[in-house]
Design a binder for this molecule. Structure first.
Ligand code: PLP
Length: 393
């Protein structure tokens, strides 16, 4: 059975070019980049080149790039550094729909005496900038808002929000794990102080991330150890993955155009066809301000888990809620924050495409999914076509 992989917001396939770029660093170029000898020195030079590739993708300068182990580490490092460098401030602003890498950290910080404001979003998943502005106080140490939501793809106006924070002398961090490589980002021209990204969301391996820290921003390291990363992140460099991430960034820069035309075209086709073939279905999230590769669709009166299981029988991989929260039967915190009705939220599926998604795969899903929904609805006590909804809200 062929796999149709439409779960690229959970993780992506490592690009062949990325893998090939990495292999010599396991076999031949295995020196420690900190070593004094030439064998390590040549690895250090390659890491410098990867840092330049990384910086180029987000319009930054290489010294602003700190390699980490993942997006979660970058998020934690950014927020904890902001608190450590502003010890007199005890307030943090995030949104209700942040990834657990930020949301759970916020809960932990509350247990340690910090005050955390979780900004609500509207029913389209959008942020109200006026409300955001009102939430900032002289006690606010840092704002952390995601650039793109992992479940709906909805984009927050982080550049505008960062300007507002800067005017108030407040540090601004964005979790751009889902945005980097999919939409243009130019750090040179915005006011964002720190940005997190993760390699495995853009066709590099798992276990490599980046924290961007704007030049001149005070930074307190999360991992204290050796002098690596200019003493901003201790630990011997994950050389093969850093090299792979550099290559992935080069490819992402080249593929951005494709992402915005071919991938978006396929996503739109999938969406339009499914909505027209399946009654009582709808897209969750603002359709104008979102990533080109993501659609989150609710099929009323069915369970997302049931849909996933039946799609799985055809080799179709997608996700209900985020990869990290599916496993729980609660509708996702993102859909709940958007006020998506109970009967819709339970039957929501996230399809996330990549540059490797083909039209034949999309056509396959368009063919297979309507009968799956029909079959599940025929077993649902709540599904009475033509009658008003009767399930509990
Ligand atoms: N932030 C967002 C928006 C994500 O989607 C994810 C992963 O799904 C993360 C952070 C965590 O990244 P990592 O898996 O590299 O720790």
């Amino acid at each position: 059975m062929k796999t149709v992989y439409l779960d690229n917001n959970a993780t992506t396939q490592v690009a062949t070019e990325v893998l090939e770029a990495m292999l010599p660093f396991f076999r031949d170029l295995y020196g420690n980049p900190s070593s004094m000898h030439f064998f390590g020195g040549q690895v250090a030079r390659k890491i410098r080149a990867a840092r330049e590739q990384m910086a180029a993708l987000i319009g930054a300068i290489p010294e602003e790039i700190i390699f980490t182990s993942c997006g979660t580490e970058s998020d934690n490092a950014a927020i904890r550094s902001a608190l450590a460098t502003n010890p007199n401030r005890r307030h943090i602003v995030i949104s209700r729909v942040e990834h657990p890498a930020v949301k759970s950290l916020g809960m932990d910080l509350v247990r340690h005496g910090y005050r955390v404001t979780e900004l609500p979003i509207d029913k389209e998943g959008l942020l109200d900038l006026e409300q955001y502005e009102k939430s900032l106080t002289p006690d606010t140490a840092v704002v952390s808002l995601m650039w793109a939501n992992n479940e709906t793809g909805v984009l927050f106006p982080v550049e505008k929000a960062a300007e507002i924070a800067r005017d108030r002398g407040i540090l601004f961090h964005t979790d751009a794990v889902q945005a980097v490589g999919k939409i243009p980002i130019v750090m040179k021209t915005n006011a964002i102080d720190m940005l997190s990204l993760s390699g495995h969301k853009l066709h590099a391996p798992k276990g490599i991330g980046v924290l961007y820290v704007r030049k001149g921003t005070k930074y307190n390291p999360f991992l204290i150890g050796g002098h690596q990363e200019k003493q901003r992140r201790g630990g011997t460099e994950n050389t093969p993955s850093i090299i792979g991430l550099g290559k992935a960034c080069e490819l992402a820069a080249q593929n951005m155009e494709t992402e915005n035309t071919k991938v978006k075209g396929l996503r739109d086709k999938l969406e339009v066809e499914l909505l027209s073939r399946i009654p009582n279905s709808r897209v969750n999230g603002d359709v104008l301000h979102r990533l080109p590769n993501t659609t989150n669709i609710s099929f009323e009166f069915v369970e997302g888990e049931g849909i996933l299981l039946l799609m799985d029988e055809h080799g179709i991989c997608a996700s209900s809620g985020s990869a990290c929260t599916s496993g729980s039967l609660q509708p996702s915190h993102v859909l709940r924050a958007m006020g998506v009705p109970f009967t819709m939220a339970h039957g929501s599926i996230r399809f996330s495409l990549s540059v490797y998604t083909t039209e034949a795969e999309i056509d396959f899903v368009i063919k297979k999914l309507p009968p799956i929904i029909e079959r599940l609805r025929s077993m649902s006590p709540y599904w009475h076509p033509g009658e008003p909804a009767c399930a509990p809200e």
